[in-house]
Design a protein around this ligand. Structure first.
Ligand SMILES: [Fe+2]
Length: 256
């Protein structure tokens, strides 16, 4: 089973790029399931319902989110009702939506979990305890697990991966928008990469308008966080999974 994970899609530039290219890429690589982090699609700081539906039409099977999960209020109902989108599981009880879902992929029950880091980010509940609870609650109900750790700190993402190595086939990181070169198969057979990068404008800073980011860094004056436009690229990782064994047999960073 091939699972493609696509890094944080930024603005209409990233969304339009996937609209043009993702189905073609799916066909070429024979991907069975596509996960994309979509929390930066609408004005960088959120995802509207219309943009969520558009992203799903691009060939994305599951949207994961992060610290901007609740940036657009019109998404809340969609989060509650649609199994094609999840938000970090370690938000307080009562938050809109679900932190995990079990999806049928080619007859296999694949558990997808989304958590958010707490280092240099909001002080949410422990991502470790959230994952532990879900794995324990759903024990016997899934064949293989895939976890998106949306976090700033590289060590926190690796700590999550080391903790749950052997309990998930895939653990990948999102949020920094910069891909890391540490893709590896951990002891226990978990395919892991600290960050899969982003999908959006190439001429940018993390997908946003360079000039505005420079204003903030150099003058500390406020400047809008707008998505950049122009030439785009997509970044992610492709995992080959053995669902019967809940392990990863191969992985590679990809861009298209
Ligand atoms: Fe984020």
């Amino acid at each position: 089973m091939k699972i493609l994970t696509i890094g944080d899609v930024v603005g209409s530039c990233g969304l339009n790029y996937l609209q043009d290219r993702l189905w073609q890429y799916r066909d070429k690589t024979g991907v069975d399931f596509v996960v994309a982090n979509g929390e930066n699609v609408t004005n960088v700081r959120g995802l509207s319902r219309a943009d969520a539906e558009a992203l799903l039409r691009c060939g994305v099977d599951l949207i994961t989110l992060g610290n901007h999960a609740f940036g657009m209020k019109d998404l809340y109902g969609f989060l509650d009702e649609d199994e094609r989108i999840i938000r970090p599981a370690n938000y307080p009880a009562g938050s809109p939506g679900n932190g995990y879902v079990i999806r049928n992929v080619d007859g296999w029950r694949i558990l997808f979990i989304n958590v958010q880091g707490t280092v240099f980010m909001e002080p949410l509940n422990s991502p470790f305890e959230a994952i532990e609870r879900i794995l324990s609650r759903e024990s016997g109900q899934f064949d293989s697990a895939v976890i998106d750790v949306h976090a700033e700190s590289t060590s926190e993402k690796l700590a999550v991966a080391r903790t749950f190595s052997g309990q998930a086939a895939v653990i990948f990181g999102t949020h920094t928008h910069v891909a890391t070169a540490d893709e590896q198969i951990l002891p226990g057979g978990t395919g892991y990469i600290t960050d899969i990068g982003m999908t959006g404008a190439v001429d940018s800073i993390l997908g946003t308008v360079t000039e505005n980011v420079l204003v903030r860094f150099r003058t500390h004056l406020p400047a809008p966080m707008d998505a950049a436009a122009g030439k785009a690229s997509a970044s992610g990782a492709l995992f080959t999974v053995d669902p019967a064994k809940n392990t990863c047999t191969a992985l590679s960073r990809i861009s298209f």
